[in-house]
Design a protein around this ligand. Structure first.
Ligand code: ATP
Ligand code: MG
Length: 358
């Protein structure tokens, strides 16, 4: 089953007149988006925007690890929005939301923090790995800084992100699964102990759960500088692919192990010609294929995928007022639902103190 079919099979029956189920998912404004985002998340969003009421969040509360470079964060808000428009997300169909533009996120984060034990954060494997990366003294990007309190609680913010629009489905990369699990547990607990407000959100992992970096590292990531960006020019893509890690050193005519060469991982992810790719793998394992041949093919495949995105991006770059309007409209729509949810939360937690003696 390909990505589109998998999404379709998980779609609810479209009953006319019934409100659509909601999706919440997001991205941190830390830089331009890359192929890992596309294969791990964005490609799903493109399909889902037609069926669900989608809220795509730019998580600008969740970048405290970049507090030393606010200019980058503020600029990345535009980069991310342009990338979304470039891949074909439609701001009329889906809502593009700036997290801090809906301050109810912060309010709900505080209330939910009451009900999440510290141990749950301590055991969260994604958070653990990311905190270690921030603290690692040899990490050039972060230079062994201490972890901000806001970074430690970002999984709680994510729970609030998901619960605030009362989302049913959360399409994410595999690294985000522990956070969605936290949202499910929080929803169950809140519903049981107070009032049944929140649907128990389901995670939906994309076609490529974790795309490796161009350096062969386990994850392509904005923070690691091992990305091929959606906005990269054809020449930059060619250059990055040429420099890509392609497994242990090997002569051009020497057979190699497909699993040891990440170029094949990329071909699996982005080359639609399955028959030719399996033929290439066969030749690689039995007779040897040069990395140059593999990389030339990958460059062509990637540039075919990215070219229409580049063109759409350029059009929007020429009309930044439209880009800004997309954010304003989406954030406004999200805020209306957020207010509705917070009314329910205030009622469930009995927060309307002043009514008592009125
Ligand atoms: P940062 O390094 O700044 O955290 P990031 O590249 O991890 O950036 P996020 O904004 O944290 O990007 O993640 C956005 C979404 O994209 C998440 O759902 C995440 O799981 C998914 N994602 C990010 N990188 C990859 C990847 N290499 N493969 C698959 N999915 C990915
Ligand atoms: Mg991340």
């Amino acid at each position: 089953m390909n990505a589109a079919e998998r999404v379709r099979s998980s779609r609810p029956e479209a009953k006319p007149g019934t409100p659509r189920k909601r999706i919440l998912t997001g991205i941190r404004p830390t830089g331009p988006l890359h192929l890992g985002h596309y294969a791990g998340a964005l490609e799903n969003w493109l399909e889902l925007q037609h069926e669900y009421d989608c809220y795509f969040l730019i998580a600008d509360y969740q970048v405290s690890d970049h507090a030393n470079d606010l200019a980058r964060v503020r600029n990345a808000v535009w980069e991310v929005t342009l990338d979304w428009l470039a891949i074909g997300l439609d701001p009329e169909k889906a809502s593009f939301v700036i997290e801090s533009g809906v301050p109810e996120h912060a309010e709900l984060t505080t209330w939910l923090a009451w009900f999440l034990p510290v141990g749950m954060l301590e055991r969260n494997p994604t958070l653990k790995a990311e905190m270690e990366a921030i603290q690692a003294p040899d990490d050039a990007a972060t230079k062994g800084r201490s972890v901000p309190v806001a970074f430690y609680i970002y999984p709680v913010m994510q729970v609030a992100n998901i619960l605030l629009p009362r989302a049913h489905l959360v399409p994410v990369g595999v690294d985000q699964l522990p956070h969605v699990e936290l949202a499910r547990e929080t929803a169950r607990r809140f519903n049981r102990e107070f009032k049944p407000i929140f649907p128990e959100p389901e995670a939906l992992v994309g076609r490529v759960p974790r795309l490796v970096g161009t350096d062969g590292e386990a994850k392509m990531s904005k923070s690691r500088g091992n990305t091929i960006d959606l906005k990269d020019s054809a020449a930059t893509v060619a250059k990055k692919v040429r420099a890509m890690y392609a497994g242990p050193p090997r002569g051009a005519k020497e057979p190699g192990l497909v699993e040891a060469n990440p170029v094949f991982g990329y071909l699996d992810a982005f080359d639609n010609d399955d028959a030719e790719v399996s033929d290439l793998k066969e030749r690689y394992e039995h007779h040897g294929v040069s990395n140059v041949e593999l990389k030339d093919r990958l460059t062509r495949v990637l540039n075919e995928l990215l070219e229409p995105m580049r063109q759409r991006r350029a059009q929007y770059e020429g009309n930044m007022a439209r880009v800004s309007e997309a954010l304003e409209q989406g954030t406004g729509r999200a805020r209306a639902i957020a207010r509705e949810t917070m009314e329910m939360v205030r009622d469930a937690l009995d927060l309307d103190y002043l009514r008592k003696y009125r």
